[in-house]
Design a protein around this ligand. Structure first.
Ligand SMILES: *Cc1c(COP(=O)(O)O)cnc(C)c1O
Length: 340
């Protein structure tokens, strides 16, 4: 591991790091484009797998140290972040309350089913009310538990905030070692971006660890302006909360977002995205999900095919997890594969 004058805050150990790093040789040569590498954060664990656990290691250390004894967080009905938080809480013996966007229909599936298994308390809120009143809903949930004598800790959407930035800053330290081991100098590090925290940590870590890459967030919702603002605000919060994080001065950060592949919106994936998920599963034995990684990777492949990465040698795609989120899309996947 590279050592730099970084004043790391303490963190819990909730996952298996470093995660694997490897190239997709068959896919890359079929594309006749850059060599594509995967950082396998989908293998950071099983129930806590994916990108959120990197942020939660820092967030939950902080919560426990300050004596908080109940976690409240929020997200979509199939949020991977909520599932990771529900199981982290169960592993630490801390109760978890989830405020979820949308009303569940039929049997609970995938991440939602897992949340119940982990013993999380769940409130499902109609979409419009959630969008308009999220902060109030979180605060009134917290108040409810305070009245019962708990000290509740609210984790924002995706654990993307100042402290969450540490998660992907730490991942960049791993990437530095990955690049050295394989003797590569990737021009691009690409990730799906949803609440911006992964993109924020990578953008900062790229500078801090002098990876000399460019970091690109492939939006799965919202638009470029939203992510420019969100990433900057997370980074601002980070520098206010951790003014002594580095003993060197950081240059101006570049934030790059591609919002061309959001499609119909969050959680809605086209048949072309589903096709890419099937293709990659068969060609490389790697599973992406329709909400995040599949949508983002599909966008990356489209741009490579359109010649937008001509002359580029190596690209790293962060596999941010989301595997359980595949299961609610059975019908669309079966439609692509046929009945076979
Ligand atoms: C949450 C999530 C993302 C997006 O990460 P953010 O830090 O919220 O932008 C990407 N992929 C998966 C699988 C996720 O669950």
């Amino acid at each position: 591991m590279v050592s730099l004058p970084v004043n790391w805050p303490q963190r819990l150990s909730l996952a298996s790091f470093p995660t694997p790093f490897h190239s997709l040789d068959r896919l890359s040569s079929a594309l006749k484009g850059p060599r594509i590498w995967l950082k396998r954060d989908d293998l950071s664990g099983f129930l806590l797998s994916g990108n959120k656990v990197r942020k939660l290691e820092f967030t939950l250390f902080n919560a426990r140290q300050q004596g908080y004894n109940l976690l409240i967080t929020c997200g979509g009905l199939q949020s991977n972040h909520c599932r990771a938080t529900a199981f982290a809480g169960a592993q630490l013996g801390i109760p978890v309350h989830l405020v979820l966007r949308g009303l569940a229909e039929g049997l609970a599936d995938a991440n939602l089913l897992l949340n119940y298994l982990a013993g999380a308390r769940i409130s499902c809120v109609p979409e419009q009310q959630y969008r308009q009143e999220l902060d109030t809903l979180l605060e009134s949930t917290a108040e409810h538990y305070r009245e019962k004598g708990y000290k509740p800790y609210i984790i924002p959407t995706g654990a993307s905030n100042g402290i969450g930035v540490w998660g992907y800053l730490a991942a960049c330290q791993e990437l530095k070692a990955d690049f050295q081991r394989h003797n590569i100098q990737p021009e691009w590090i690409v990730t799906a971006t949803g609440s911006g925290g992964t993109q924020a940590g990578l953008s900062l870590g790229n500078q801090v660890f002098a990876l000399s890459s460019k970091v690109l967030g492939m939006a799965v919702c919202d638009d470029e302006d939203y992510f420019q603002a969100k990433v900057k605000s997370d980074l601002k919060e980070f520098s206010e909360q951790f003014p002594k994080a580095f003993s060197f001065v950081l240059p101006e950060l570049e934030v790059a977002t591609n919002d061309q592949y959001v499609g119909e919106g969050y959680g809605l994936a086209s048949a072309a995205v589903m096709q890419t998920i099937c293709d990659v599963a068969r060609q490389e034995g790697v599973l992406f999900d329709p909400v995040y990684t599949g949508k983002a990777f599909h966008g990356l492949l489209e741009d490579i095919k359109a010649g937008r990465y001509r002359g580029v040698g190596d690209i790293v795609f962060i596999h941010t997890g989301g595997t359980f989120g595949l299961f609610p899309y059975k019908q669309q996947l079966v439609d692509i594969m046929g009945t076979g």
